[in-house]
Design a protein around this ligand. Structure first.
Ligand code: 13P
Ligand code: SF4
Length: 310
């Protein structure tokens, strides 16, 4: 564990190397505080994808997040080297939907469009019609000329979109989930709201139906940031990974943010430490590569999402 002085020293070394190597650091909202603080840009999955896609200057993109996000960056900006500081930073939800599983559902429903949450591996994206994030899933599904859609891998997001759009959403696999967001329980929010009667509950759509039902606002991490900024409320109970609270507090120093469950940590997101970030930059590892054929197909699905949400 680094102390404050070590963090400052290491951060300086990273900034020096970053300049020397013409690198940019993109970090997800769930990253460790010190990683968020050193990043050039902190955002949700769609914001990070857009940033990676439009990056012109940098020669290296260091992606402080998990595997599927770095893969999307590599697909969207193939001329840049994309580095994932920790090879172990894999999203367990993304692992829940294999190519074989998608093929199985496509055989059962050959005429239905397949929409995949970006929390999927590139190999899976290559088998879908269009991607979405939690920020735009409703918009993407509404844009389709189909009343029934195959959607994966998050069952909770599927249910949320079904309710919002009135379309029939068939979840693939049947029970894909985020282990971190499933930790939130409505009872915890109720207890916190009893203590802070004017608090507003912000809930990520990966949470359970019971959690979404008691939410004042359901949205992606960056949608939560916008909501908190624009709201006149002073206190917020937040049901998403704890890293987001750093950004919320930084952006709104006069407001109070309480994590709805203290243990809500995504261990995979937290694998990226300053030490790993430094090693990744120094040794230019671990380079994220996506086979050409997979990247071409995945790009089509990502581009379609960008067109719909432009
Ligand atoms: P956001 O797109 O809201 O940042 O979500 C990504 C994610 O992994 C949520 O668990
Ligand atoms: Fe995956 Fe959940 Fe972690 Fe997001 S919070 S990266 S969905 S495991």
């Amino acid at each position: 564990m680094l102390n404050k002085a070590n963090i400052v020293a290491l951060a300086e070394k990273i900034l020096g190397l970053k300049k020397e190597k013409k690198a940019i650091i993109l970090a997800h909202n769930y990253q460790r505080l010190e990683v968020q603080d050193i990043a050039d840009y902190v955002g949700d999955s769609i914001e990070l994808s857009r940033k990676a896609m439009n990056e012109q200057e940098a020669e290296l993109i260091v992606f402080a997040a998990v595997d599927f996000m770095a893969e999307s960056a590599a697909i969207l900006n193939p001329s840049k080297k994309v580095l994932l500081p920790s090879l172990g930073a894999r999203c367990p939800m993304a692992q829940m939907l294999t190519v074989d599983e998608i093929k199985r559902w496509k055989v059962l429903y050959p005429l239905l469009p397949v929409v995949l949450y970006v929390n999927t591996l590139a190999s899976a994206k290559a088998y879908c019609d269009v991607c979405c994030t939690s920020a735009n899933a409703v918009e993407v599904i509404e844009s389709l000329d189909a009343e029934t859609v195959l959607f994966g891998p998050d069952r909770n997001l599927a249910e949320y979109v079904e309710k919002k759009t009135g379309k029939k959403i068939i979840p693939i696999p049947e029970r894909g989930f985020c282990p971190t967001h499933l930790l939130f329980q409505p009872e915890d929010v109720q207890l916190l709201k009893a203590k802070h009667p004017n608090a507003v509950a912000l809930v990520h759509p990966e949470c359970s139906l019971e959690m979404r039902e008691i939410a004042d606002f359901v949205g992606s991490t960056s949608q939560m940031c916008r909501y908190a900024r624009e709201s006149s409320a002073r206190t917020f109970v937040v049901a998403t990974e704890e890293g987001l609270l750093h950004r919320l507090r930084k952006d709104n120093p006069d407001k109070q943010f309480i994590l709805a469950y203290e243990g809500a940590v995504c261990p995979n997101m937290k694998l990226t430490t300053l030490e790993k970030l430094y090693a990744a930059l120094k040794e230019e590892k671990h380079v994220v590569t996506v086979p050409d054929a997979v990247a071409r197909q995945g790009r089509k699905a990502l581009d379609r999402m960008f067109e719909i949400t432009a």
